[in-house]
Structures are given as C-alpha cells and as structure tokens.
Write a protein that binds this ligand. Structure first.
Ligand code: SF4
Ligand code: SF4
Length: 147
C-alpha cells in the first residue's frame, strides 16, 4: 500500500485491506467504558476486553469478535453511530470528520510501533478483565489522549 489512499478516498470507497490498515492499534476502543450517571459523560477505563492481547494491542479473535463479545463494535456494519464510541484520535473518526491522520499513525510514519512510541496506545497501561475486575478511569471519551 504505497499511495496515501486515505487522503483521497472516503471510508465507503476503501478496499477491505485499506479499511483494516486504518486501524492504528491504539486499543482504546477495546477498553471498558463507564458513564457518570449524573452528567451522562462517558469515560474510558484501563480495563481491557478479555479478547485483547495486551502486548500487541490487537484482538485475539478478530474474525469472530462480534459473536464472542456482544458489545464489541463492528465499525464496518455500524459506521456513523458507532464512531461516537471511538476516541477523537481514531483514524476512522478522523477520516469521517475530514481530518488528516496524525504523524504517529503507522500509515504516515511507516512504523507499526509509532502509535506506541508516541504514547497514544494503551500498551503498558491496561489490565485485562480476564485477570481482574478492578479498574481506574483513564480519560473522557470526548478528549484526546493525554497520556
Ligand atoms: S480506536 Fe480506532 S484506531 Fe484505535 S484500535 Fe480502535 S478502531 Fe483502531
Ligand atoms: S472483541 Fe476484540 S475488537 Fe472487540 S472489544 Fe474485544 S478485543 Fe476489541
């Protein structure tokens, strides 16, 4: 994938391979979220879905994810409404909003680890629900990552 397809294609125009390559692997969308019942604000926690590989930040059963985890978001199906549950830094949300990808995105940097090196991903900061039911609030859903 040598051309910067994301600069001239809409999400609907992308091939499956292009679409999948847009995911930077930050893993933020795989964190459990909590809602403040007084304000309605939604926050990410540091507690990861049981299917997430904490080292790679990737799903261990991507093909069957929606069947395995009923509240997993299938972006290819849900689009629009589902994007509200993604961080502002997410490439899908940025492209849908007409924004550029940021310098740390692997497609821009050419380095699959740049999302981790830039401190955008959850690598090293999360726990798995397989191991614990304790969690802490990380950041507001509507805020950019400040880690
Ligand atoms: S938030 Fe977006 S870029 Fe990050 S892992 Fe989820 S889908 Fe991929
Ligand atoms: S099933 Fe996979 S893609 Fe869905 S939230 Fe869990 S780890 Fe993430």
């Amino acid at each position: 994938m040598t051309n910067a397809f994301w600069k001239h294609k809409s999400l609907d125009e992308m091939t499956e391979a292009e679409w999948e390559s847009l995911c930077d692997g930050c893993a933020l969308c795989c964190m459990h979220k909590v809602e403040d019942e007084d304000t309605g604000e939604v926050f990410y926690t540091n507690l990861a879905c049981r299917l997430l590989d904490l080292n790679t930040c990737r799903c261990t059963n991507y093909a069957a994810r929606v069947r395995e985890v009923t509240d997993c978001i299938d972006l290819t199906e849900d689009k629009g409404a589902a994007f509200e549950w993604l961080p502002l830094s997410c490439a899908y949300r940025r492209i849908a909003n007409g924004q550029e990808l940021l310098d740390w995105h692997p497609l821009v940097s050419g380095d699959p680890d740049s999302v981790h090196k830039a401190g955008i991903s959850m690598k090293g900061e999360m726990l798995s629900e397989r191991d614990t039911d304790e969690w802490t609030v990380l950041q507001k859903l509507s805020e950019d990552a400040d880690r």
